[in-house]
Design a protein around this ligand. Structure first.
Ligand code: AMP
Length: 432
């Protein structure tokens, strides 16, 4: 399958060629033809699958078609009508989505703008006054600008709700519903979520009409291209182990995950003491500091980017070869999201996890979810005394059957994992 076979127009084909894309990813191949026909879409896909291009390309192509057929609708008064709205939970994702629209639409004369909170609105309102065809927004700032009269959603023809599960998790669901209430009924709607818990399915049903359903890389199937390993190590030795691991010069850049903002800052301080250039990206950092850290990382000015889960959501860095879990997440799905930052679009990647005694429970949950054992790397200077991950067998209890590698073991619905995942969705305030 090539992009030519998807019926794309020349200016977009050229832009894709310039981006170095030769073949569509599975979600692109599945979604683009239906979207070009005007169908609604329900996409179960996480970042790293190429989903941004899967929605950006058909929206650009359809907008260009309307512009060519009816140039008047893009001029004068109507010039200010926003025609496509992409709603996404985080500032980083919003910026990356707009970058994608810019890249794929570089040979079209459509106007894009991104709006998000945490920064002055002046540049955003000036951009809106000049006229915008495609608006990428986070929910809070969007509503704010609507309430101030800078944005009118009455002419939206294309609506994308991106990372819907994350919206729910971050407590944005009411804002999202308020936005949807302002959209015209006649529109094409696209809905993306990495997971489909019942709340999300309900939200999707309220937005979509007879959607095409596309599902790629379900959250439990870790990208085949990611090579995973775990180091069992005492909590106090993790700092030294990280230095040890980073002696490997083949790790040119790595994204390191911590559970808390405080933990992220501490890892950066410790790394800098040993001469490793690092920066942290989390919700306590200003928008400028986050952007600078990300661009320095992309430009290889810093070797290590330390991030919390929410801040890292959607970080899109080409050629990210290593993800290091300095701490394991207590939600196994988060592990899959984290390691999905590497091994993107077919590239190979490596995920290294540090696991202390207390985190063995999280590792067991992760292994259950991904249906395989993460190989233990015991050749290192700080091994945990007890290298066993499984719980010790009770005296007299029958031996547990080991599951074959690659075979998914579905945990019983009453398991800890499921309970934790549920309570996470319901009430947990994310640590940004
Ligand atoms: P996304 O899932 O939209 O965040 O995309 C993940 C990464 O894959 C981004 O770095 C894209 O630039 C890249 N990508 C998307 N589509 C393709 C493609 N067809 N070929 C190569 N890379 C792609």
């Amino acid at each position: 399958m090539t992009f030519d076979q998807l019926g794309l127009i020349d200016p977009i084909l050229l832009a894709l060629q310039e981006e170095g894309y030769s073949t569509p990813t599975p979600i692109q191949a599945q979604a683009i033809p239906s979207l070009l026909e005007g169908r609604d879409l329900l996409g179960c896909a996480q970042t790293g699958t190429g989903k941004t291009a899967a929605f950006a390309i058909p929206i650009l192509q359809q907008l260009e078609k309307v512009r060519k057929e009816n140039p008047g609708s893009f001029q004068h008064r109507n010039r200010k009508d926003i025609k496509a709205l992409i709603l996404t939970p985080t500032r980083e994702l919003a910026i990356q989505i707009e970058d994608s629209f810019k890249a794929y639409g570089r040979h079209l004369s459509l106007q894009h703008l991104v709006v998000f909170g945490g920064v002055s609105q002046h540049a955003q309102t000036e951009g809106l006054k000049r006229g915008v065809d495609v608006l990428v927004a986070t929910p809070g700032r969007l509503l704010d600008l609507i309430n101030q009269g800078f944005i009118n959603l009455g002419h939206i023809q294309f609506f994308v709700l991106d990372e819907a599960d994350r919206m729910l998790d971050m407590g944005f669901v009411h804002d999202v519903k308020k936005v949807i209430a302002k959209l015209p009924r006649q529109r094409q709607s696209l809905f993306f979520s990495a997971t489909m818990p019942p709340e999300i399915v309900g939200l999707a049903n309220s937005i979509l009409q007879n959607p095409v359903k596309v599902e790629v890389t379900p959250v439990s199937s870790t990208a085949e291209t990611v090579d995973q390993m775990v180091f069992l190590v005492d909590k106090v030795d993790k700092k030294s182990l990280l230095n040890h691991v980073l002696k490997d010069k083949s790790i040119q850049r790595a994204l390191v995950f911590t559970r808390t903002k405080h933990g992220a800052d501490k890892v950066v301080r410790d790394l800098e003491k040993t001469g490793v250039r690092a920066a942290a990206i989390h919700g306590n950092k200003s928008q400028n500091a986050r952007q600078k850290a990300l661009s320095d990382f992309k430009a290889s000015q810093i070797r290590i980017l330390v991030a919390t889960d929410i801040a890292a959501r959607g970080i899109d860095v080409d050629d990210l070869s290593h993800v290091i879990n300095f701490e394991l997440p207590n939600i196994p799905e988060t592990y899959v999201h984290r390691i999905g930052r590497t091994g993107r679009a077919g590239a190979s990647g490596r995920a290294i996890s540090f696991c202390d005694e207390e985190e063995k429970e999280f590792l067991r949950d992760i292994q259950k979810l991904i249906g395989r054992k993460v190989p233990i790397q015991s050749e290192h200077p700080y091994p945990l005394e007890n290298q066993e991950v499984e719980k010790p067998q009770r005296q007299g209890a029958p031996a547990k059957k080991a599951s074959a590698p690659g075979v998914k073991t579905v945990p019983p619905s009453s398991s800890n994992r499921t309970d934790k995942a549920k309570s996470w969705f319901r009430g947990r305030k994310p640590s940004v």
